[in-house]
Design a protein around this ligand. Structure first.
Ligand code: NAG
Ligand code: NAG
Ligand code: NAG
Ligand code: NAG
Ligand code: NAG
Ligand code: NAG
Ligand code: NAG
Ligand code: NAG
Ligand code: NAG
Ligand code: NAG
Length: 333
């Protein structure tokens, strides 16, 4: 049990102890309920070597991959960045009520699904399950974890559709669902985030369909839809009143006449359109943009590249493999 001691005594004590027996000074912090749950997690991970420090004779706050809150001494973070873990995520994980950060990464033998008990983690801000072999659908119950600021489920084997409910997470700043095997289209609700609009990464999936018109009203700062099977046009993002900043639409089947777009959001600074089926020619208004990244290679564009603005800042690879595009940096027309 914890004793009430003055700050000075604690400081002196911990200094003395840390010079002699470091584990003792911490041995009273660990909450026994948390410790019990961590042992269940260790077991569900197949008692791996990477968790060898998780033993009864040491304080769980000092265990590898574990962090305790400095005031409550409850487990606030569990962050495993790699390891030879074989098993699944146990339902017991929902019984770490103070958990704010859960990161499980580079664990290729971690399989199964995200347990529904995770919704009990009402303080969870960061959830990263990445480079694992978790599979099945991305559960819509994740939208119940209202505290989430970052949800990263990239590089897994998830299938099925994107749950529309994710747009109701009020604090979400980053949503990464890239590198899975997701199908279906982007939910209409993504034009309707109830909180702030997160940066969204959906690349390298099997998503298809046209983009919902509702996306046009969203102030995206970063939208990565690359390497999917989307089709249709991108006009919802372009126009004077639009505010998109950075977008990667590359390697899809977008098909539209570029000549018909002539007003671009001033905010636009990154636009990657390579490997689509875009035709027509490049409008002169593109010269007004301060583009940091720009690529329209591998499309079906024709005509002269407008001279000026940022458009000649790029080498020919930003423009090559089009039908009949010409002019600097490509050969003259
Ligand atoms: C995954 O499990 C297989 C089969 O048990 C084993 O051979 C392999 O070494 C494991 N790999 C990792 C990275 O855990
Ligand atoms: C992972 O652990 C399994 C079982 O404990 C073992 O057979 C395998 O060799 C380990 N793989 C690596 C890459 O350490
Ligand atoms: C995990 O994923 C890797 C690569 O995606 C794959 O080669 C491996 O067979 C998978 N392992 C299991 C246990 O599913
Ligand atoms: C989108 O892909 C699914 C399979 O993932 C398919 O059933 C559906 O027909 C496709 N939709 C369109 C419009 O191509
Ligand atoms: C968008 O939000 C409004 C108000 O919250 C709601 O009435 C509407 O159904 C939502 N639309 C979609 C497509 O989710
Ligand atoms: C998008 O940004 C513009 C300009 O900053 C602002 O006027 C507008 O209200 C924003 N829209 C939403 C839905 O937040
Ligand atoms: C866009 O996505 C493609 C494929 O995922 C990637 O190779 C490229 O670097 C990305 N472009 C930008 C500007 O991030
Ligand atoms: C842009 O916004 C202004 C003011 O809200 C509005 O009058 C105008 O019609 C809008 N233009 C377009 C192209 O949506
Ligand atoms: C694209 O649109 C422009 C302007 O509306 C038109 O002149 C041109 O013929 C169109 N190109 C194609 C290939 O349809
Ligand atoms: C444009 O994209 C193509 C295809 O991915 C790539 O080969 C090229 O290097 C890119 N060029 C620039 C300037 O980004």
């Amino acid at each position: 049990m914890k004793m009430k001691t003055s700050f000075f005594t604690i400081a002196l004590l911990s200094l003395t102890i840390s010079l002699s027996l470091p584990s003792l000074s911490l041995s009273q912090r660990c909450n026994k309920k948390d410790e019990k749950i961590l042992f269940r997690i260790k077991k569900s991970f197949g008692n791996p070597d990477v968790l060898a420090t998780w033993t009864r004779d040491t304080d769980c706050c000092s265990w590898y991959s574990v962090q305790c809150d400095e005031y409550t001494d409850r487990i606030s973070a569990l962050t495993i960045f790699s390891g030879n873990i074989s098993g699944h995520i146990t339902e017991a994980i929902g019984n770490l009520p103070y958990l704010e950060t859960l990161i499980l990464r580079k664990l290729t033998n971690l399989t199964g699904q995200i347990p529904s008990s995770i919704t009990k983690l009402t303080s969870l801000k960061t959830l990263t399950i990445s480079w694992t072999n978790l599979s099945g659908p991305i559960p819509s119950f994740l939208s119940q974890i209202k505290s989430l600021a970052s949800l990263d489920l990239s590089y897994n084997s998830f299938t099925g559709a994107i749950p529309p409910e994710l747009s109701t997470l009020p604090k979400l700043r980053t949503l990464r669902l890239d590198r899975n095997r997701l199908t279906g289209s982007i939910p209409e609700s993504f034009g309707n985030f109830t909180g702030r609009v997160p940066a969204i990464y959906l690349s390298h999936n099997l998503l298809n369909g046209t983009l919902p018109q509702t996306l046009g009203q969203v102030n995206f700062t970063w939208l990565d839809l690359s390497r999917n099977r989307f089709f249709g046009d991108l006009s919802v993002f372009f126009g004077t009143n639009k505010t998109i900043k950075a977008a990667n639409f590359s390697r899809n089947m977008f098909e539209f006449n570029f000549s018909n777009l002539n007003q671009f959001p001033e905010s636009l600074s990154v636009l990657d359109l390579n490997h689509n089926r875009i035709y027509g020619s490049l409008p002169a208004t593109l010269k007004e943009l301060k583009l940091q990244t720009w690529n329209v290679s591998y499309n079906r564009l024709c005509g002269e590249i407008p001279a000026g603005g940022s458009l000649q800042k790029y080498d020919n690879t930003a423009y090559f493999h089009n039908r009949c595009l010409c002019g600097s940096p490509l050969p003259a027309c």
